[in-house]
Ligand binder design. Structure first.
Ligand code: Z16
Length: 825
């Protein structure tokens, strides 16, 4: 701590924190105060950005009393706290969410219009904090929302990247990445806390020394360090007076470091050193589920983990806390392998700094951690070379080795004489280079390991960690992902929310199972008509947005078919592309009359990792097909393709409520869960999907008749895998052949066959995710979609049943499952 905490018995110090009046007058007064005294401008001179910042600071004033009080209550109660450790939080815009949480939407609207301000333009001014890549980061944001709404003590720990996920633009149909300087116009939602900054060490060596009790102990002699500066963000519960904290760390150079170099007279070197330190939290790595093993990324991971554990143990727990009881007060949830270095870090704190003996420290550590795995892709399971880890964190490497030695002894005892097994289970891999398997470390140390959907958890046990699940069957569990209905229904889909609330009351917002009460209304013609009006309204809102945002025209009387998610081969955007080309081909070849085509607008949203070349080729091809199809009068009004750039949470909130059809078409066994699938179902879209991830559970809940299933099952995929020959499907299926030939001909690329070659060659000769094998089945399912869509009453009945039966996918339920199965908090 920098200086002692202020303590006084002065009567004002224990008095209540005062909130501004939640009236239009009170709001106007606070807003003008913020504008004049906070921002330092007159209303008459203010810019939209000034007004946005003042509005944000006004809203946060209404949350402040609850925040301070929640903090005080948590310090008093001394309950078990969930420390959610996540390298990513994909929060989305804060203003709308916080107005919703405080129930100040209408007051704020009225107050702004009294000031002559259009609040919509202020909302549009906010740059969303895009501190995540995709599903994993958005999941973390949904979880902290639910925990606040459920009044569970939780601190979300993470990294305050100066640049979040890049902004995507298209130039000549190709993705170009622009840095996301989300902080540059001001950051009204964050609070720096220099009094809680933490020093983090790196590098150097270890040595053995004799301590004051004559014991030989290990000491880490690091050779450089940085400071972690925490920034706090409010996480309000839904209208319940609770505000939890998200604590994100930013890296700074240490003063001592600076001074030393400044005194040496080398100014340029000092500045360089500062830049070096600050690089650690400079930018989010833009890879979703295929991390590159870069040194800076390991630095980021250790940086935020070391800050977070130190913060909890030394600055959050009472000063005299007996750390033997740590597991009663702390449970650390590891969001994927990114924060797994926390395990040796806690061991180091306990053994090297707090003087515990190894066994006792290990017992405490094991009871504090639990690990969530989010993938099945082998390339996504993080591994750090021993060379790198030993260079950056030599003491942690020693600790990992000792954990592994003792663990492998345990394996030998449980399964005597099986040295192959010992080698397979070792936390240290020997090939292709000696390295640390972070998922294994997490499994050895964690009290629980969970997958994120039933199928995924099963495959995790059977395919990814079979030896571990044989050794510790009870360690493995499932918690199916969820999404927050506050942001993704109430905020994103006001029309649907009002209809639902008018019909069954507003209890569903915090008890999503109550959507079941809508089931009978699926058979009520006037409800169905109202439901269709909601969808139509959302489509119009989307069309208006895309017109100004992207210059795109979305036809109104057409099925809105949406595929939005990161660009990845396993997710199979190319399968969707083949479908579009085959529909187009049907018409231009004269096989199908344009009038017989179901009017359809396909919307894509997807970012590709900047170094993922094939993914970027796929983006190019989608754009090229979109250009050609949209310009061809032969399919005008029947088929169009829109690919708005820079899909993010803000766009998702507009797109998803407008969708009729949700595309969830990954190869079975590859998508751990998916969460977009849940958002669509809850907003009344029907799913066309494979038997993968949480699709399995969605289909089981909504019913087979209200879900368009296609494609191989996971066991079928595995049976087909050996000797899979994609060109065989090309040879044997005339429709597929015609589709691929049209693509390959250069028809969509101004005659340039070279431009399509990377994608076509891959499909015909690799097709690692078997798009060609599922093509036929996908087309058949799309025909079932068209038949169903032709009957608007039956379609809306199905859509209503999707909403009514998807309450299970609330992240409140996910949190209850974590609490019951893992945290026991
Ligand atoms: C990620 O977003 C996911 C997995 C992963 O290993 C790394 C990242 Cl950055 C995704 C999964 O792909 C998705 O299926 C799942 O729904 C999501 O994590 C949340 O669990």
């Amino acid at each position: 701590r920098i200086g002692p905490t202020f303590r006084t018995s002065h009567p004002l110090a224990s008095g209540p924190v005062v909130q501004p009046a939640p009236t239009v007058d009170g709001f106007v007064e606070t807003f003008l105060g913020e504008l004049n005294y906070g921002q330092g401008v007159l209303l008459s001179q203010s810019t939209v950005n000034d007004q946005y910042l003042a509005l944000a600071r006004t809203v946060r004033r209404y949350l402040m009393a609850d925040w301070l009080e929640t903090g005080a209550r948590r310090r008093q109660a001394q309950q078990k706290t969930v420390a959610y450790l996540s390298a990513e939080y994909l929060l989305g815009r804060q203003l709308g969410n916080n107005l919703l949480a405080t129930n100040l939407q209408d007051v704020a609207d009225a107050a702004m219009s009294r000031c002559g301000i259009d609040i919509a333009s202020l909302r549009a001014q906010e740059v969303e904090p895009g501190l995540g890549n995709g599903g994993l980061g958005r999941l973390a944001a949904c979880f902290v929302d639910s925990l606040a709404t459920m009044d569970v003590p939780c601190i979300g720990y993470g990294i305050r990247y100066e640049y979040g996920i890049f902004r995507q633009t298209f130039e000549g149909d190709r993705q170009v990445e622009v840095p996301d300087s989300w902080l540059s116009l001001g950051s009204p939602w964050e609070f720096p806390h220099p009094e809680r900054q933490v020093l983090v060490h790196f590098g150097g060596r270890t040595e053995e020394v004799t301590d004051e009790n004559g014991r030989v102990v290990c000491r880490w002699v690091p050779d450089w360090n940085v400071v972690g500066m925490p920034y706090h963000y409010m996480v309000p519960g839904h209208r319940n007076g609770v505000v939890n904290t998200l604590r994100l760390w930013s890296a700074k150079a240490t003063q001592a470091f600076d001074l030393q170099i400044f005194n040496s007279g080398d100014y340029a070197e000092a500045v360089r050193a500062q830049t070096f330190a600050e690089n650690i939290s400079k930018v989010l790595y833009p890879e979703d589920s295929t991390p590159q093993g870069k040194e800076l990324r390991l630095q980021q991971q250790y940086f935020f983990v070391a800050c977070s554990l130190h913060d909890f143990i030394d600055n959050t727990l009472p000063h005299d806390f007996d750390l033997r009881r740590l597991p009663e007060r702390l449970v650390v949830q590891l969001n994927d392998t990114h924060p797994v270095i926390a395990i040796p870090e806690l061991m180091r704190i306990l053994v090297d700094r707090k003087g515990f003996d190894w066994d006792e420290a290990w017992d405490i550590t094991k009871r504090c951690f639990a690990y969530t795995c989010h993938t099945l892709l082998p390339e996504a399971l993080e591994v750090w070379s021993v060379e790198l880890l030993g260079r950056l964190l030599p003491r942690h490497l020693e600790i990992i080795y000792r954990i592994n030695e003792e663990f492998l002894e345990e394996v030998r005892e449980a399964f005597p004489g099986d040295e192959m097994l010992v080698r397979r289970m070792s936390v240290i891999a020997e090939h292709p280079e000696r390295s640390v398997r972070m998922a294994y470390l997490a499994t050895v140390a964690g009290s629980k390991v969970n997958g994120v959907a039933e199928l995924h958890s099963q495959l995790l046990r059977d395919k990814v960690l079979p030896d571990f699940s044989r050794m510790w069957p009870d360690k493995f569990t499932n918690v199916t992902n969820g999404i927050t209905p506050r942001r993704f229904v109430l905020l994103a889909n006001r029309r649907l929310s009002d209809l639902v609330t008018d019909t069954i009351g507003d209890g569903w917002v915090t008890d999503l199972d109550r959507l079941r009460e809508l089931e009978p209304y699926a058979d009520d013609a006037s409800f169905r008509a109202a439901f269709r009006e909601v969808k139509q309204g959302n489509k119009e809102r989307l069309a208006a947005l895309l017109r100004v945002r992207d210059g795109l025209e979305i036809p109104q009387d057409s099925m809105l078919d949406v595929m939005v998610k990161r660009l990845h081969e396993y997710k199979r955007q190319t399968l969707k592309l083949l479908h579009i080309v085959s529909l187009y081909d049907d018409v231009v070849s004269g096989r199908v009359a344009a009038e017989d085509l179901t009017p359809r607008t396909v919307v894509f949203g997807a970012k590709a990792a900047p170094g993922y070349h094939l993914a970027k080729e796929i983006i190019f091809l989608v754009n090229a097909v979109a250009d050609t199809v949209n310009a061809d009068p032969r399919v005008a009004g029947r088929l169009s393709v829109a690919f708005p750039a820079n899909y993010n949470v803000t766009l998702a909130e507009k797109l998803i409520p407008a969708a009729d059809l949700s595309e969830q078409i990954s190869l079975a066994g590859k998508e751990a869960s998916g969460t977009g699938n849940m958002k669509f179902a809850l907003n009344g879209a029907l799913t066309i999907g494979t038997d993968d991830g949480a699709n399995v559970e969605i289909r089981r809940l909504v019913g087979d008749d209200h879900f368009f299933l296609f494609g191989m099952t996971e066991p079928e995929v595995e049976r087909l895998r050996p000797g899979y020959t994609p060109s065989m499907y090309y040879e044997e299926d005339a429709r597929l052949r015609s589709t691929i030939d049209l693509l390959a001909s250069g028809h969509f690329t101004g005659g340039d066959r070279q431009a399509v070659a990377p994608v076509i060659d891959n499909l015909l000769h690799q097709d690692a995710f078997m798009a060609l094998a599922d093509f036929r089945s996908y087309l058949d399912a799309q025909e079932r979609v068209e038949a169903a869509y032709a009957d608007p009453d039956a379609w809306s009945r199905s859509a209503i049943l999707n909403v009514a039966r998807s309450g299970f996918f609330s992240s409140d339920r996910s949190m209850r499952d974590y609490l019951d199965r893992i945290w026991h908090a």
